[in-house]
Design a binder for this molecule. Structure first.
Ligand SMILES: C[S@@+](CC[C@H](N)C(=O)[O-])C[C@H]1O[C@@H](n2cnc3c(N)ncnc32)[C@H](O)[C@@H]1O
Length: 815
């Protein structure tokens, strides 16, 4: 086989409306750079040192030992501004030679592929399709299968057998994805169906095994793959195994369950016969069983009729042949089978216009090229059958990945470090909760920032960590256990409903009227008194502060004192929040389930496994540490609130597919506004709120800051979202056409009335809301300088896309 290079260059398309919106927001050049960066992993990997268990120095020493001789020691360094962050410098994309794979290939799920790009191996559930006969220890080319547009269903069905296509193109042709394909099909018999006057392609004849130059597939019926053979090709080779690496003689007639598809793919279904559903399911997978057909069109049929096609028929030795004989015994003749085949060929379904090289024959039907989606050369840790039978376990180890990440984490003692994106570390550091304080982490799973905050607090105080499902809060519990953080209380509940309401209270509304907060009188209490009381950076190891915080006063006071005393509003009992909090916690804990014993857990696991086997989704597993009651807290229960909001995740990288549409982005923003409404009330006066997302969408970032300031501007002030300050400034201006879902505040000019009430000796802001929506507003220049926007295309930083904003609360908010 010829030397084969396959370049990693995924072509990811965006929803047109989302693309237009982001181009408008970022500008064409920045959008294109960002979109390209999003298809690649960040070159750096960040490990957060768990200072509850070890020190950065200790980790560094161990990492250097673990690196070994294969790596330059400089690839590991402590981040200069974040002392608990160790940065591993990776590299890529590298050109990979796949010739050692001898044409063997494995297609993995998109998610598995993205993990591989970040340095992970492939586990069995991530494997979708494997070349026939791949054995343990063999090398394979690893390609990523994408999902069907608008869904998370893979284009390639798990269990698919690939009839190895070996790209023999080199250089420029390969770069363009244009290649001669030598396809080795384990078809037992091939039959000529038609010829075309408009094509130079010639017919070929039947043979038990064939090696033919194929320029593409014209389509397949539900069960019959139809190959287009190149004119003047090398013809048919009756001894496939002797010429084709990767296929042993005993694969000529594949055996065993895992190989069934390899026969069925070449078997006519005999439409209308009892054998059909079974054959179809094996040949084309579950999608076909559900009646889904892709790419079926009149145009495809017309093209099919004009082409020379070779369809496979069963011979007398294959299972399909045996089925055919059974059919004959039951009254249908082999001519039925042939006419069935002909009928199938006259009704090809996919691909629509496939005279493009690179398509691969598989038990699922022809598969489109994976040009640009090869992620490395890997060694099989399981045989093909094992990969599909196993529910877990290492399936493939990367031998030559397209992106290289220095190894380190694996060999470190448990609980010493956790992998965490640098901007996530920044978000928790920006909130900087004081030891002994009460913190609300509204959307906490899997607990990366929760545990970092516990670390910053020296594990003193309490962090209430919300997430919505048992599985999610269980993740927080396990991570906290692993890292030795004990100050975390998990709550399985909707954080948007965490606010306790007295009988007459209404939830925050989105349809009232009021004057824009900027028109309100300034509050009597000065912001300075509050923000200068921020305590010094602690748990991360004392990140040196720099830059922007100066204008708001130096963070120098004793942390605990700041939390217990000076953060409190003048005239308020410093211990009041603590008391309220303790009472609320006790009152809202409710009846927790009895701790589950080991035996009970085993019983539960057995029950769950049995349910899964029967195809029933079991209830979430119980965890003794996860209270199941709903949790509500009175207003102003927390000294700090982190709202690391659920978002469109448009900043995560690498992403080999972008599925989000504009409606989804708007829905994310609507959900975020609801959570903000809760956050602003649960935070006590004088406390800090950090809002963060991992998306590049300004509608979920700058527009949410705008929303909060418009709606609660007299109660809240935007302050610098650090230290540390690593990101860029936010986006200024507005988007004229993006319509927001459920947005109630718009421009100041559209508001109608203001009320500032005084209740219980406090200034209270009556929330103003308008009914109109006027597009999406972002930030002023001054505001934009206070937030941190991490841009994936920012080459120096090279992080995920992320956003952090920080606010302090000046006075109470009442709906
Ligand atoms: C961005 S992730 C949080 C990541 C987490 N902060 C960390 O650093 O590990 C968002 C989380 O919000 C949770 N979530 C979504 N809606 C929620 C709600 N209404 N209340 C609580 N959690 C919610 C999701 O389940 C998800 O785990």
């Amino acid at each position: 086989m010829a030397e084969t290079y396959k370049h990693f260059q995924p072509n990811v398309t965006w929803d047109p409306e989302v693309e237009a919106y982001l181009r408008g927001a970022l500008g064409d050049e920045r959008f294109e750079a960002t979109a390209a960066a999003l298809t690649r992993p960040p070159r750096t990997t960040c490990m957060r040192v768990n200072t509850l268990r070890t020190s950065t120095q200790e980790v560094m020493a161990r990492v250097r030992q673990l690196l070994g001789s294969g790596w330059d020691q400089d690839v590991v360094r402590v981040h200069p501004q974040v002392p608990c962050a160790i940065v591993l410098q990776g590299s890529g994309p590298h050109e990979v030679s796949y010739s050692a794979a001898g044409g063997r290939e494995v297609i993995i799920s998109r998610k598995a592929g993205e993990a591989v790009l970040r340095g992970a191996p492939v586990f069995a559930p991530g494997v979708l399709a494997v070349s026939a006969g791949v054995a343990r220890g063999e090398l394979v080319a690893l390609a990523v299968g994408r999902e069907k547009p608008g869904s998370d269903v893979p284009e390639v069905t798990r269990g698919t057998t690939l009839y190895t296509a070996v790209t023999t193109a080199t250089g420029a042709e390969a770069d363009r994805g244009i290649a001669d394909i030598t396809t080795v099909a384990t078809a037992t018999t091939a039959t000529v169906i038609a010829s075309s006057s408009s094509s130079s392609i010639t017919t070929t004849s039947s043979t038990p095994y064939c090696t033919v130059p194929v320029i593409g597939y014209i389509g397949a019926s539900d069960t019959v793959p139809v190959l287009i053979h190149a004119a003047g090709g090398s013809g048919l080779d009756s001894n496939l195994a002797s010429e084709t690496p990767g296929l042993s003689p005993d694969e000529r007639v594949p055996k065993g369950d895992a190989e069934k598809g390899s026969e069925d793919v070449i078997a006519p279904s005999g439409e209308g016969t009892p054998a059909e559903p079974e054959a179809r399911s094996r040949a084309t997978g579950p999608a076909s069983m559900k009646g889904e057909k892709e790419g079926s069109s009149g145009a495809a049929e017309a093209e099919a009729e004009e082409a020379v096609v070779v369809a496979a028929l069963p011979d007398s030795t294959s299972r399909a042949g045996q089925k055919e004989r059974r059919r004959q015994r039951h009254g249908s003749s082999s001519s039925d089978a042939i006419s069935t085949t002909n009928k199938a060929v006259a009704r090809p379904a996919m691909p629509p216009s496939p005279l493009v090289p690179g398509w691969t024959l598989s038990s699922q039907g022809p598969l489109p090229p994976r040009t640009g989606l090869y992620v490395g050369l890997a060694r099989a840790a399981m045989s093909r059958q094992e990969m599909f039978r196993a529910r877990e376990g290492l399936a493939l180890e990367l031998v030559e990945p397209v992106f290289r990440v220095p190894p380190a984490v694996g060999g470190l003692p448990s609980g010493w470090v956790m992998l965490q994106n640098l901007p996530s570390v920044v978000a928790a550091l920006a909130l900087n909760p004081a030891p002994g304080s009460r913190v609300l982490d509204m959307c906490a799973a899997p607990g990366g920032k929760t545990t970092l905050m516990a670390q910053i607090m020296g594990d003193k105080g309490e962090i209430v960590a919300f997430d919505r499902t048992h599985a999610k809060v269980s993740e927080i519990v396990s991570l906290a256990r692993e890292l030795g953080a004990t100050c975390i209380t998990v709550r399985k509940a909707d954080a948007g409903k965490a606010l306790e309401r007295s009988a007459g209270d209404q939830p925050p509304t989105s349809s009232c009227t009021g004057q824009h907060p900027s028109q309100l009188q300034p509050p009597p209490h000065s912001i300075t008194a509050i923000v200068t009381s921020e305590h010094a950076s602690t748990g991360c190891g004392g990140a040196p502060s720099s830059g922007r915080e100066g204008q708001y006063g130096s963070p120098s006071k004793d942390a605990a004192a700041a939390c217990k005393g000076s953060l409190a509003e003048p005239g308020k009992d410093p211990g009041a929040t603590a008391a309220v909090f303790a009472a609320a916690t006790a009152a809202t804990r409710g009846p927790e389930r009895a701790p589950i014993s080991d035996k009970g857990r085993q019983r539960e696991e057995r029950r769950r496994a049995a349910m899964i086997q029967r195809g029933i989704t079991p209830p979430e597993p119980r965890d003794a540490s996860v209270p199941s009651s709903p949790a509500v807290y009175p207003p102003e229960s927390f000294d700090y609130v982190l709202l690391d909001a659920p978002c469109s995740a448009l900043g995560l990288r690498p992403r080999l597919q972008q599925q989000s549409d504009a409606l989804y982005l708007r829905q994310c923003a609507a959900a975020q506004r609801r959570l903000v409404d809760s956050a602003v009330r649960l935070l006590r006066v004088g406390g800090s709120l950090v809002y963060s997302t991992c998306t590049i969408n300004p509608g979920e970032n700058e527009a949410i800051v705008r929303f909060l300031l418009d709606r609660y501007g007299s109660s809240f002030q935007l302050v610098p979202a650090g230290p540390p300050f690593l990101g860029r400034q936010g986006l200024v201006g507005r988007h004229p056409t993006m319509v927001e879902v459920g947005r109630c505040i718009s421009q100041p000019s559209t508001t109608t009335a203001t009320q500032v009430a005084t209740a219980a000796g406090q200034d209270v802001l009556q929330v103003p809301v308008t009914s109109e929506s006027q597009g999406e507003e972002w930030l002023s220049e001054v505001e934009a300088a206070l937030v941190q926007r991490f841009d994936p295309s920012d080459g120096d930083l090279d992080t995920i896309g992320f956003f952090v904003a920080k606010f302090v609360k000046l006075r109470a908010v009442v709906s």
